[in-house]
Design a protein around this ligand. Structure first.
Ligand code: AVJ
Length: 324
């Protein structure tokens, strides 16, 4: 496999595979209908997301990268030396690379990722870049507590730093986010810390533009969910029959993304027929934008405290250091 040439050690907790058909049938049976944004990220969807991060309106990735670049030395001094870095998910690796470069003598790196393929690919890349850091990838669902592999004997016991950038937390509902943060607290342990990236509440026009880019990449990203369902579960969604719409519901603190039915139509999934009225909106994603007080209350519910905060100069995006 991809790790054969490295001294990386894979732990496979055999996360239960996604039930895309079951989840789609359940979501289409709800009123209002919904589909889960976790299914956006097939190969095409992951490429489209990378493309979104290059759109002028999509500030999140650029602002977070600049914030990391500006603050990593301060962050490294704050979190301390010889950490076991645990990343939730394994993205393009650019932020991880910057973090691992800046920390003082990090001992081990554990990406936790449900897709074995993505996990092995990103670990192999980082193993080559950081030969001195023990690579301990874990194939697991990070929304549950994850027993961490121990860095090799001789290193002693090390504090854990969970790294969860990209405002991925924002895609979970409030209840799901509390559950995830409780699991994170269990995973990091009593001496653990977490560095979490969050998109912040701001002028709704700026936020809405980021999710309705002029080039239509986000719309293509949203539509790709239907392409994927048609391919993988044999549904017959008419791609031209649905329109992308993303609205900032400030009272609920989140972007709500919908596919809106352009006309009355039926969609068949696994022999079951689902009717869409003209103008009917099916939710496909939430992306939460936090206020300072709202985020503090959220983490408090999970038994965590915000101990340090770093924002970009416009207060658009933030990094929060959490501890039990
Ligand atoms: C990958 C969760 C950071 O919510 O901003 C981008 C996904 N959706 N445009 C986000 C996304 C539409 C993105 N995250």
């Amino acid at each position: 496999n991809a790790l054969a040439a490295t001294k990386a050690r894979l732990t496979d907790l055999h996360p239960s595979p996604d039930d895309i058909l079951g989840d789609a049938l359940a979501g289409l049976s709800q009123a209002p209908k919904r589909l889960s944004s976790k299914y956006f990220y097939d190969e095409t969807g992951s490429k489209l997301f990378e493309d979104i991060t290059r759109q002028p309106e999509y500030y999140l990735t650029r602002v977070e990268m600049a914030l990391l670049d500006a603050r990593l030395d301060a962050i490294a001094d704050t979190v301390g030396p010889e950490l076991h870095v645990v990343e939730y998910g394994s993205g393009s690796g650019r932020k991880t690379e910057r973090l691992l470069e800046s920390l003082h003598d990090p001992v081990a790196y554990t990406p936790i990722e449900i897709s074995r393929t993505m996990l092995l690919a990103s670990t192999a890349r980082l193993a080559e870049r950081f030969p001195a850091i023990e690579m301990l990838p874990v194939c697991a669902d990070f929304t549950q507590p994850v027993p961490l592999p121990e860095p090799e004997a001789g290193h002693g016991v090390h504090r854990t730093l969970v790294f969860f950038p990209g405002s991925t937390l924002g895609n979970f509902t409030r209840n799901e986010a509390v559950h995830l943060l409780r699991s994170m607290r269990a995973t990091m342990g009593a001496q653990g810390q977490a560095l979490v990236g969050i998109d912040l509440d701001k002028d709704p026009a700026i936020i809405e533009a980021a999710y309705n880019d002029a080039a239509g990449v986000t719309a293509a990203f949203t539509h790709n969910l239907l392409v994927r369902l048609n391919r993988e579960i044999g549904s017959d969604f008419d791609l031209d029959g649905f329109e992308h719409r993303a609205v900032y519901a400030r009272e609920r603190g989140r972007i709500e993304t919908f596919l809106v039915s352009r006309r009355a139509q039926d969609v068949t999934v696994d022999g079951r027929v689902f009717h869409f009225a003209e103008g009917e909106a099916m939710n496909v994603e939430y992306s939460h934008k936090y206020t300072e007080a709202g985020f503090a209350a959220l983490v408090a519910e999970a038994g965590l405290k915000v101990v340090r905060r770093w924002n970009d100069p416009r207060d658009w995006f933030g990094l929060r250091l959490l501890q039990p």
